[in-house]
Design a binder for this molecule. Structure first.
Ligand code: ASP
Length: 342
């Protein structure tokens, strides 16, 4: 057989194979409705997302840069003491220390990350500065704090009275068990939705596509409540808690970070989108990957993924019910609840 004929035949065979795989995939995952597909647009995780997206929208609707939008947006929950899983007021580790994780990524593969940072209210801005002003990507703990102070950030006590009391209460039994975060109700400061610490971990992951088509992402959290001192979750790990590829799209994660890190969740989702999956199906396959690694464990924890492709189409998926996210664009300003497996 001539080389050319062989090549053509192989081509036919492999596209037949692809079709078959595509069919299988379709059978397992019914096609989702295409959502979004407009720009500018910003999406982010959980019930605090509405206020965060509103701040990001002030940048996007003024023709601003997606990077400025995501930084501005996630600073809202970082600065809000009633959001007890992000920034100021975050629930501490088991030693009573509030340690924050954050990362940011722009549309040119630039990224910055800060891990286990104490005393600084806006870790996302420190992450951005690391990205812009140092030859590095990640700074941790003491070094990150020194860097932040040298750049004019203020040293503040981040442990609020509520979080301190909650920690002291926890100390009585010292039982470490991340609850399944399933916030169904809309976040309302006047009606505190977390009396007694109903939720003990959450993260804001945000993705924005600006008018010029530039995509950026940010992710920030105080991590799992009562974690061991020095524990770092997925949120500040580029590829796990957040990943942005301008040629494809971006993804972000929330939930038990250890399980997200194991599958490098956000990068996985971006690669699945590169292969043609919709954002929702890519998120679903990442969730299924977590289940396939450890089905017994997956039943008892929450992990949620949120993704957007470079056309502004978005999707999400979670292990458990109740993973909310919010979308702001010229077409909508509303919450959605992600589909889930259990
Ligand atoms: N992913 C975060 C962490 O593991 C927590 C969360 O989003 O619920 O630190």
């Amino acid at each position: 057989m001539s080389t050319r004929r062989k090549f053509l035949q192989q081509g036919v065979l492999s596209s037949a194979g692809m079709l078959a795989t595509g069919k299988l995939l379709q059978a397992a995952n019914p096609a989702p409705a295409v959502t979004g597909g407009t720009k500018p647009i910003v999406i982010s995780t959980w019930n605090f997302a509405k206020a965060a997206n509103a701040a990001a929208w002030t940048v996007l609707s003024n023709n601003g840069h997606a990077l400025d939008a995501v930084e501005t947006g996630v600073k809202v929950p970082e600065g809000d003491p009633l959001v007890r899983s992000v920034g100021y007021g975050g629930i501490p580790d088991r030693d009573g220390r509030v340690t924050l994780d954050a990362c940011i990524m722009d549309d040119k593969y630039n990224c910055g990350s800060v891990m286990c940072l104490e005393y600084i209210k806006h870790p996302i801005s420190v992450a951005r500065l690391i990205m812009e002003k140092t030859p590095h990507i990640i700074l941790t703990g003491e070094g990150a704090l020194r860097f932040a102070l040298a750049h004019g950030f203020k040293k503040e006590n981040l442990l609020t009275e509520w979080s301190e009391n909650y920690w002291k209460e926890w100390l009585k039994k010292s039982n470490y068990s991340p609850v399944k975060n399933i916030e169904n109700q809309l976040y309302d400061k006047t009606n505190d939705p977390m009396p007694g610490g109903k939720e003990n971990h959450d993260t804001i992951g945000m993705l924005a596509l600006d008018q010029q088509g530039r995509l950026s992402g940010a992710c920030t959290t105080s991590g799992l409540s009562f974690k061991m001192q020095g524990r770092v979750g997925d949120s500040p790990i580029i590829g796990a808690g957040l990943y942005v590829d301008p040629e494809v799209g971006g993804a972000t994660a929330t939930g038990v970070g250890e399980e997200v890190i194991r599958i490098v969740g956000s990068h996985l989702i971006v690669e699945l989108m590169r292969q043609g999956r919709s954002p929702e199906i890519a998120c679903k396959e990442a969730v299924e990957r977590i289940i396939s690694r450890n089905p017994a464990k997956a039943k008892d924890i929450q992990v949620g993924f949120l993704a957007m492709n470079r056309n502004g189409e978005y999707g999400a998926y979670a292990l458990q019910t109740g993973f909310t996210f919010h979308v702001r664009s010229n077409a909508e300003d509303q919450f959605h609840t992600a589909k889930n497996i259990y």
